[in-house]
Design a protein around this ligand. Structure first.
Ligand SMILES: Cc1ncc(COP(=O)(O)O)c(C=O)c1O
Length: 448
């Protein structure tokens, strides 16, 4: 491939494509990806990069997995599409729901499929509201989520998302959405008399429910580990207390496992770390390793039975719900996750990555925190690690380090001055060690 093949493609791209998070100036220096091998992506000039965020956290199995693309092509050949609306089904969707019933939390056995994470958030919000109407509590409609939570950008999902730069262009937001602080162990300030930081952070939910009025709150939605917000791993006592609060005030607890699902954190699902079960869950991304856009929700037996016994249709539907090709790839992916024990791989490799990063950068004066759980890690850069003073946003420290890492063959994203590191679960040990070296060098070159 010629050296300017990428530049030519980018020129053509600019003529007609509008991108997610569209930004012309950033895009001028963009990448055009044409190939993939395992944990690597290959650009239009033939250069290889470590896929540092597994695509968008989704491609845990890496590129070129025959088991996955062959399952998809077999299904396309057999039957490309058929409706999944009530009255129609297909064997792959049936098989996928059966597999998920065995794999997910024991109280969750019924599933509705979507095309991704945002659609799943909307589906859960609508399911929660419908459930409370069926229970004779039609005023329970409000949604509480967390600052720095990311749940997608369809209008309802955007309102649940707690990263506020996603809001201003599209306001007014839908009424009835509010956000409590993130438990953020590095920054959260618990009151002096608090039992612990985790309990204090969880008690923010109780405070918000009481302020809103428990009889108006339908659900609380949270990612077990906040991903796009900066890989924020909660305290061990946080989610058990959240569960107690949701039970006490009859608020449905929704686990957004779109990133944490299917092994990423070292457990099959994120809340398993803390022995907590949600009332509803949502997943996407790694269920197909990104080989097809598929997501979904799972609801507790209590919710499913209430809906099934109502005798009324749930007026919610997507054309591509239970898409046979997506379901075929997801079934093959679940087999692969089991065969290659993705949760154990993520646990072991994630530790190697975290320990490597801490050994090489843990004492750097501008590294505030290196954190992670399983194969999702982050480095938080600060101006002063004693006071946790942040860099001026205009300094663009995170972006600069990201650029340096890219020069050294690592491609990912940043959240402010937090570098996100979440390569595919199949990444080799030697590539993990290489990532550590890349960050040591990139940090030194920007913050020597
Ligand atoms: C936790 C979480 N929920 C929901 C979403 C939205 O998913 P999608 O982009 O497929 O709509 C994302 C996307 O990154 C996510 O990380």
């Amino acid at each position: 491939m010629s050296n300017n093949a990428e530049a030519e493609l980018l020129d053509r791209d600019s003529n007609h494509l509008i991108h997610p998070l569209h930004n012309r100036s950033a895009h001028n220096k963009g990448k055009v990806w044409v190939g993939g091998e395992g944990e690597y992506l290959i650009d239009a000039n033939g250069e290889k990069f470590i896929d540092g965020l597994s695509g968008l956290w989704n491609n845990t199995a890496g590129n070129g997995r025959k088991e996955l693309y062959e399952a998809g092509s077999r299904q396309l050949e057999e039957m490309a599409f058929a409706s999944g609306y009530a009255g129609s089904s297909n064997p792959r969707a049936i098989e996928l729901a059966e597999k998920l019933a065995k794999l997910t939390y024991s109280n969750i056995n019924q599933f509705y499929f979507t095309s991704g994470g945002g659609e799943s958030t909307d589906s859960n919000i609508k399911m929660a509201r419908y459930y409370w109407k069926l229970k004779g509590k039609p005023n329970k409609t409000k949604v509480i989520s967390r600052v720095l939570g990311y749940h997608g950008v369809t209008l309802a999902a955007m309102c649940a998302t707690g990263i506020n730069i996603y809001w201003p262009m599209f306001e007014p937001r839908i009424p009835g959405f509010s956000h409590i602080p993130s438990p953020y162990p590095y920054f959260y300030q618990a009151p002096e008399n608090a039992e612990s930081q985790g309990i204090a952070a969880a008690n923010e939910l109780e405070k918000a429910i009481l302020e809103e009025g428990a009889d108006t709150v339908a659900m609380f939605i949270a990612e077990p580990v906040q991903g796009a917000g900066g890989v924020i791993v909660p305290q061990n006592d946080y989610f058990p207390r959240i569960r107690e609060i949701c039970d006490k005030y009859e608020v449905l607890f929704v686990a957004d496992e779109v990133i944490t699902g299917f092994g990423r954190t070292g457990r099959m699902f994120g809340l398993e770390h803390w022995g907590v079960k949600p009332d509803m869950m949502q997943f996407a991304k790694a269920i197909t390793s990104g080989y097809f856009p598929l997501g979904g929700i799972g609801v507790s037996d209590e919710i499913a039975n209430t809906m099934n016994e109502s005798g009324k249709p749930w007026m919610h539907a997507y054309t591509y719900s239970a898409h046979p090709t997506g379901c075929a790839i997801a079934c093959a992916m679940l087999d692969l996750i089991e065969k290659e024990d993705f949760p154990s791989q993520a646990e072991r490799k994630g530790k190697r990555l975290l320990v490597g990063l801490k050994d090489s950068l843990g004492h750097h004066p501008n590294v505030g925190e290196i954190r992670g759980l399983g194969m999702m890690c982050a480095i938080e850069y600060v101006k002063n690690r004693d006071t946790k003073e942040l860099f001026d946003a205009n300094d663009g420290i995170g972006a600069k380090i990201n650029t340096e890492a890219m020069k050294r063959g690592f491609f990912s994203r940043v959240k402010g001055d937090v570098c996100l590191i979440a390569p595919p679960i199949v990444t080799s040990d030697s590539t993990i060690d290489h990532i550590v070296d890349i960050f040591a060098e990139s940090t030194k070159s920007v913050l020597s």
